[in-house]
Design a protein around this ligand. Structure first.
Ligand SMILES: *Cc1c(COP(=O)(O)O)cnc(C)c1O
Length: 479
């Protein structure tokens, strides 16, 4: 697969860029795909880029993404003020480094690390990098234990639901760990304790539990998975740790689901990640990972960098990256506090649950989830609707400007096609009313249609939650 598409002659993509004559008195030669020989004036270059980007979608109407699409002016201002700060220059930007550390300590507290002042953690570019680091720590820990016991350490596996985000397929592929993917089944849309434990053996580096699933917004039962692994340890001596991928949920559950036990209060949870740029309310890209304690993060993965003459531990895949996102995260924490985050996330949940119940009441749809865990829900067409598809509904909404993705589920539920709505901060009750108006109109129009126009081939949506034809159903075997 090419990682960049070749220019298409037929679409005129090899033609030079056409510069609006208002901006350039002389005709300008601006090649599309080659580095220009000569530069041009900043305002002309700006206008060319600006005009092209105008054709990107309206981010506020994008109900497909989990990632922040609106930031407060103050957050923007701080990001602009710090756009030139490289987060790795701890020596040069000690205050930025300190703000990162404060965010880590805040998350340690929020997620109930046994000792919030010493639990290791760091910022990353997003949850993907954080998950790689979490997976690497699990793998290295397992290797150390195996070698110490004089046992082979060359066939590690990791157990997770087929619904995991694509970063976990990448982790398994890039770092040579066998992915044991638990398939879906009718009525089972995410990992369950029994299915997880059945695939664990002496080569299992860990189980990934997702809070929550990108396919339908449901929380995986972290506490049940941990309890089942406790039981496995009792029976067999196998001690399998859990990583919680809380890309979205680790910034929702601590504010809205106080009674839910999913974090470091469960002794088996070794590490937790989240995306600061999802429900952490920061613009992309920032993520976070915290380990329970120093035992959960093998010392030989940690590099020491010089920091004000002292040494600063570092565990990361990237080196240089912008410091502004971490600064904006600290701003959001100060700005909202626990109460503010609770109000923001609860509002998202209220909008999501009200929207889902109104969609259910429309008639043609059946809800898979209702937005009461992540403010995200998936719905499909009722069995008696055979004259249009969810892909037709998605295309109809697209004509109205809304991006509501339709996609099929992974194995063994590839016949199930759904629509999904992600409610983020900024998707208000008012916008939800407008969406309902448009959805009702689309459905009325489609009711007159004789047969579906689009099938699963219309699912262009990937976003880490789309179809993954290259992923095997399951290669997990019991012990
Ligand atoms: C979004 C997401 C990821 C990837 O996170 P990025 O911040 O986009 O790198 C991983 N896991 C889950 C469950 C997600 O929702």
């Amino acid at each position: 697969m090419p990682i960049a598409h070749p220019p298409s002659e037929t679409r005129g993509e090899t033609r030079d860029l056409q510069v609006n004559p208002v901006f350039a008195a002389e005709p300008l030669k601006v090649p599309r795909h080659a580095l220009p020989e000569q530069g041009i004036a900043p305002d002309v270059a700006y206008q060319i880029v600006h005009d092209e980007l105008m054709l990107d979608g309206n981010a506020r109407l994008n109900l497909a993404t989990f990632v922040t699409t609106w930031a407060e002016p103050h957050s923007r201002r701080l990001m602009i003020e710090s756009f030139d700060k490289n987060i790795v220059d701890k020596d040069e930007y000690p205050r930025t480094a300190d703000l990162e550390l404060r965010c880590v300590r805040m998350l340690c507290g929020l997620w109930h690390a046994p000792d919030p002042l010493t639990a290791p953690g760091c910022s990353t570019t997003g949850s993907s990098e954080a998950c790689m680091l979490g997976g690497l720590a699990l793998k290295r820990r397992w290797q150390h234990a195996r070698r110490a016991a004089g046992l082979p350490a060359d066939r590690p596996n990791i157990v997770m639901g087929v619904n995991v985000q694509v970063c976990w397929d990448k982790f398994a592929n890039y770092f040579d760990v066998e992915p044991r993917l638990v398939p879906m089944a009718p009525g089972r849309h995410h990992l369950t304790a029994g299915e997880a434990v059945a695939r664990c053996d002496e080569n299992t580096i860990g189980v990934v539990a997702v809070l929550g699933s990108t396919f339908d917004g449901s929380y995986e039962p972290v506490a049940e998975i941990c309890a089942a692994l406790d039981d496995l340890q009792q029976r067999s001596g196998l001690d399998v740790p859990v990583h919680v991928d809380g890309a979205s949920g680790a910034m929702v559950a601590p504010f809205c689901d106080l009674e839910l036990s999913w974090d470091f209060r469960l002794p088996r949870v070794a590490s937790i990640n989240t995306s600061g740029h999802k429900f952490g309310l920061v613009s992309p890209g920032v993520g976070w990972i915290i380990w329970r304690d120093t035992d959960a993060l093998p010392e030989d993965l940690v590099f020491r960098v010089n920091y004000l003459g002292g040494d600063m531990p570092s565990f990361a895949l990237n080196f240089s990256r912008p410091g502004g996102q971490v600064i904006a995260q600290y701003y959001m924490f100060l700005r909202l506090g626990i109460d503010g985050f609770r109000r923001v996330q609860q509002t998202c949940r209220d909008v999501a649950t009200s929207l889902s119940s109104r969609i259910a009441a429309l008639g043609p749809f059946r809800l898979l989830t209702d937005g009461s865990e992540l403010p995200v829900f998936a719905f499909t067409l009722a069995d008696d609707v055979t004259n249009y598809s969810v892909f037709d509904v998605s295309a109809g909404l697209r004509e109205e400007g809304w991006l509501v993705p339709a996609y099929t589920f992974p194995p063994d539920l590839t016949d199930l096609a759904v629509l999904r709505i992600v409610v983020r901060n900024g998707m208000s009750h008012d916008l939800a009313d407008l969406l309902m108006d448009d959805l009702s109109r689309v459905v009325d129009r489609l009711a007159a249609q004789a047969a579906p126009l689009r099938g699963a081939e219309a699912a262009s949506f990937t976003h880490g939650a789309g179809p993954r034809p290259d992923v095997p159903t399951t290669n997990g075997v019991g012990r």
